[in-house]
Design a protein around this ligand. Structure first.
Ligand code: SF4
Length: 389
């Protein structure tokens, strides 16, 4: 495992596009399928950005998430990027990521996104097997996913990420390994491999209640996690966060990590726009409500759309720094911890950390406390032991 800090202290800007063609069976991200709301939403989004406090800090990432941001036209994405550029102090080079669903893009559109200023595209492949895509309720075929990745390259994207899901019922280690190999064959700069989880309120949770869906046993998914980490490390990918792998393992410094998502794990500030988006200016976190119609009405009436806010105590912040930092191979920097809280990490957690290190779950080297591969797998146990719970 590499132990280097992931990001500079600049902030990140997040834009939530709350539309999907159809809701996937496993998904609990906020989105609706009424695309008639798109124009009004974009107007409201523009009003929310215009009303935001410009800073500090400076920002060096923009991330279009959702929902399905690739539902937007390139010209709409360009207008949002231009407005963010005008409103905030952006410190170059800015990473601009857009999540794309293979069922909503074609070569022309991908070229348009690239020309609009998007320089990193994250394609929601999920699986290269048709039966898995059907089970997950995806709108695209495996062939469309392959075409989208190839078209992204032709459109000029040098930073292409693929999302894959494992831990599906009945999925054999061989079938998952074949999905990984299909992904690797495209030579992506980034692979996110997520373990399927059943979130309350999703159609999949309903299927589970009815006995029509049984999640894969934990020992099977643990074995898949370890096999994924080993295979991708062998293919030159740095396993830099529980579910995330970036090409460029050697030395770690040039790995093509998601700079934006790394801000969350490194406890950097971020601002979010759109329904359900969160913002964080330590120690204050605030979030918008999850209702696009209300979001539009609020901004039309000149109101912000707050869903809630909290000011974190120092104790809460310390716990979050542990929970988020230990998701990553960089772990928590002991000097950073001292600078942030004026407390010595070893005084607070040293005894528990030594014990976890003896069990092979953590390392304490080079001024950082970082999880091993096993430690990532048992993150909840690690954090609970450090926090004395
Ligand atoms: S496309 Fe993505 S955001 Fe939309 S429902 Fe499916 S998983 Fe969720």
């Amino acid at each position: 495992m590499m132990s280097e800090p992931l990001v500079a202290p600049n902030g990140g800007l997040y834009v939530h596009i709350p539309f999907c063609v159809h809701k996937c069976a496993y998904c609990d991200f906020y989105s609706v399928s009424d695309l008639n709301l798109k124009t009004a939403f974009l107007k409201a989004l523009s009003a929310e950005i215009a009303a935001a406090e410009p800073g500090p800090p400076a920002f060096d990432t923009i991330y279009f998430g959702g929902g399905t941001p690739s539902i937007l036209d390139p010209a709409e994405v360009e207008r949002i990027i231009d407005q963010l550029n005008a409103r905030f102090r952006l410190a170059g080079p800015v990473e601009v990521t857009l999540e794309a669903n293979p069922g909503t893009v074609d070569p022309e559109k991908l070229k348009g996104f690239r020309s609009a200023g998007v320089n990193r595209i994250n394609i929601g492949v999920q699986s290269f097997r048709e039966e898995n895509l059907r089970l997950l309720g995806r709108i695209h075929s495996a062939g469309q996913a392959r075409d989208a990745v190839a078209a992204a390259r032709r459109a000029g994207f040098e930073d292409v990420g693929l999302d894959l899901i494992y831990g599906l019922p009945g999925q054999t280690p061989e079938a998952w390994a074949a999905d990984i190999e299909s992904g690797l064959a495209h030579g992506p700069e980034h692979i996110a491999a997520y373990m399927l989880s059943v979130e309350p309120g999703t159609p999949l949770a309903g299927e589970e209640c009815l006995g029509r869906f049984r999640p894969a046993p934990e020992e099977d998914t643990a074995a898949l996690f370890l096999a994924t980490s080993e295979r991708l490390a062998g293919a030159g990918y740095r396993h830099y966060e529980i579910s995330n792998f970036a090409r460029g393992a050697a030395g770690g410094g040039d790995a093509r990590i998601s700079r934006h998502n790394s801000k969350y794990w490194a406890y950097a500030p971020y601002l979010g726009f759109g329904p359900a988006a969160h913002s964080f200016r330590p120690p204050r976190r605030l979030w918008n409500h999850r209702d696009v119609r209300r979001y539009i009405a609020d901004l039309q009436a000149g109101r912000r759309p707050p869903g809630g806010e909290e000011t974190l105590t120092v104790g809460q912040q310390m716990l979050e720094v542990l929970m988020l930092g230990l998701r990553t191979s960089a772990g928590v920097g002991l000097a950073d911890f001292q600078a942030r809280f004026g407390r010595d990490f070893r005084d607070l957690y040293g005894a528990a950390a030594d014990e976890l290190a003896a069990r092979g779950l953590l390392t304490l080297d080079g001024g950082r406390c970082a999880p091993t591969r096993q430690g990532m797998l048992f993150l909840n146990t690690v954090v609970a032991a450090l926090a004395g719970r």
